[in-house]
Design a protein around this ligand. Structure first.
Ligand SMILES: Cc1cc2nc3c(=O)[nH]c(=O)nc-3n(C[C@H](O)[C@H](O)[C@H](O)COP(=O)(O)O)c2cc1C
Length: 185
């Protein structure tokens, strides 16, 4: 599998990938991602999740058709949908974020790209739950699309400034020392 070298570089390169090649995701990589998901820490180690692995093209297209913010996912070779227990909104939302981000990082470690999409509250979220046959009361909010990135350019973190969507606020705006509002020298 791809050698990604320095883990800090790997982390800095994680981006929401929205364009995929048709090539399937190797089964060994899927197993790796699921193991990473399984070992993600959760509040009180409740592990409040199941995972739906979606490979069926028709289901992927239907998920993508739920709302415009998901349209790019139609041609992804695979998606992983965490299904939350629906018992504790606050901790489960945090747990789900950790899980989703880890899967994205693990995908990067295997030379794959991954992109998060959200089923927004209300009709989109209900549509996703219905499509995947998830029982009422369980929460389906996030989908992580996974595949080999279609864009063969340099890793996004290394692209020249100007790719505005990639921009981040400077640390000087975010970092405080000892007290909020006290800036580094
Ligand atoms: C909680 C969450 C929900 C997101 N939902 C969507 C989404 O529905 N559709 C989408 O295209 N991107 C979605 N994104 C991706 C963000 O738009 C993306 O991470 C952000 O614009 C920064 O871009 P980058 O990660 O590629 O650097 C979501 C990200 C997060 C963390």
């Amino acid at each position: 599998m791809t050698d990604v070298g320095d883990p800090i570089v790997l982390l800095r390169r994680v981006r929401n990938v929205r364009s995929f090649r048709a090539e399937p995701v190797p089964e060994t990589a899927v197993e790796d991602l699921l193991e990473v998901a399984r070992w993600t820490g959760s509040a009180r180690n409740q592990q409040p999740w199941d995972f739906v692995v979606v490979r069926d093209r028709a289901v992927l297209r239907s998920l993508a058709a739920i709302a415009p913010n998901l349209a790019w996912m139609a041609d992804a070779p695979l998606a992983l949908v965490p299904v939350l227990a629906g018992k504790n909104a606050e901790t489960e939302t945090f747990d789900e974020g950790r899980l989703s981000e880890r899967v994205m990082v693990a995908a990067g470690a295997r030379g794959l790209g991954a992109g998060i999409g959200w089923f927004l509250p209300g009709a989109p979220r209900e549509a996703a739950r219905g499509l995947l046959g998830v029982p009422e009361g369980r929460v389906v909010r996030t989908v992580v699309a996974i595949g080999f990135e279609a864009n063969d350019g340099p890793p996004r973190a290394e692209r020249p400034p100007g790719a505005a969507a990639q921009a981040r606020r400077p640390l000087a705006e975010m970092v405080h020392v000892d007290h909020f509002g006290r800036r580094p020298d």
